[in-house]
Design a protein around this ligand. Structure first.
Ligand SMILES: Nc1nc2c(ncn2[C@@H]2O[C@H](COP(=O)(O)OP(=O)(O)OP(=O)(O)O)[C@@H](O)[C@H]2O)c(=O)[nH]1
Ligand SMILES: [Mg+2]
Length: 325
């Protein structure tokens, strides 16, 4: 535990010597709710009218030739053929839905009268894990299942917000801010996906992490109310870093069910990417208990792996039953 406490500090911004003592005591729930009007204003005023990317929808993508489509939906399949037959790749095919399931999953990410997808709120501190309680849920006319959450964590700049933006690309007016500058997301941003689930974009750890990262993110993960799955993002173009390994240890220590997602796969050369993927898979197999054995590969730029991830999220939140293959 002592070792872990020491290690965890690496996830916090490097320059801070120790956690600041709290100067005042306000009920955490009050802090949480107080933060809302200001943040909602800043987000809604900067909304712009955008149009969908041509690959935002699987239905559109499905018009391309099947070989190209499979490469987009299952990016590992294309890489796999470069591997020696001695490499066991069965874990990479554990979650392999059919195109019909992927099409059905897209309905959850498509706005309609009954499926409102929107930014809900932000939080800066979660000392005692304030919840979107059932009463708050009903106040907001949200169903019980909207309280099911999935969250995205990873190093600053790994592509968390970009991936969420790609997942929500069928609702381009839902503003998810991305930036070249590390440390851009400073608060936990909550997005509700109809009555299906809530998705949380987290600030990044490591370089330029917000000063209250440990209080905020680690406390949230540790208390994890209604947290169905944590998606831990690793930059596929640089591979596992020290901070990623610490984050894996953290997920293990908290007993979280989590999934590793390799981002920016468009940026890496194939050989390099395969090396990073196999390294991640080796770590999953030999050092984890709570991690789903299959790493997911995505490019938020090219939409590779994004439809598959939508399907996985719809499935693990209990909204989509897969058809037997
Ligand atoms: N080539 C490529 N660039 C990406 C991809 N995803 C994100 N990026 C770029 O990486 C940078 C960081 O993206 P963000 O999504 O803001 O990263 P983040 O993890 O949310 O960062 P913080 O909020 O600072 O923790 C931006 O310049 C993105 O355009 C990808 O799939 N491919
Ligand atoms: Mg971000």
């Amino acid at each position: 535990m002592l070792v872990w406490f020491y290690n965890r500090k690496h996830l916090a911004p490097p320059k801070k010597k120790k956690k600041k003592k709290r100067m005042f005591h306000i009920k955490p729930r009050t802090i949480f709710l107080n933060a809302v009007p200001k943040l909602q204003k800043s987000i809604s005023t900067s909304r712009t009218c955008q149009s969908n990317h041509k690959l935002a929808s699987f239905l559109e993508a499905a018009k391309m030739p099947e070989k190209k489509l499979r490469k987009l939906v299952f990016p590992f399949e294309d890489l796999e053929r470069h591997l020696s037959s001695k490499v066991n790749t069965s874990n990479f095919h554990l979650f392999q839905p059919g195109f019909e399931d992927i099409k059905r999953a897209e309905m959850f990410f498509t706005p309609s009268k009954n499926q409102k997808i929107d930014y809900f709120t932000s939080a800066v501190r979660m000392d005692h894990a304030p919840l979107i309680t059932q009463s708050e849920v009903s106040e907001n006319a949200r169903s019980e299942t909207a309280a099911m959450r999935v969250c995205f964590i990873g190093r600053s700049n790994v592509g968390k917000s970009s991936l969420i933006k790609a997942l929500f690309s069928l609702v381009p007016e839902t503003e998810v801010r991305v930036s070249k500058t590390p440390g851009h997301t400073k608060k936990m941003n909550f997005f509700t996906v109809g009555k299906a689930f809530t998705l949380v974009d987290m600030p990044g750890y490591g370089y330029k992490a917000p000063k209250d990262f440990v209080d905020m993110v680690e406390t949230y993960l540790e208390t994890r109310h209604n947290l169905k799955r944590t998606f831990l993002l690793v930059d596929g173009s640089v591979g596992l870093q020290h901070a990623d390994r610490i984050a894996i240890d953290m997920c293990e220590e908290f007993g979280l069910p989590y999934v590793l997602v390799m981002t920016k796969i468009d940026k890496a050369k194939q050989g390099e990417l395969l090396r990073h993927i196999l390294e991640v898979q080796e770590v999953i197999q030999s050092q984890t208990v709570g991690c789903f054995p299959q790493p997911f590969l995505v490019s938020s730029l090219h939409y590779s792996g994004v439809y598959l991830l939508r399907c996985f999220i719809a499935h693990v939140t209990g909204n989509l039953k897969l058809e037997p293959s």
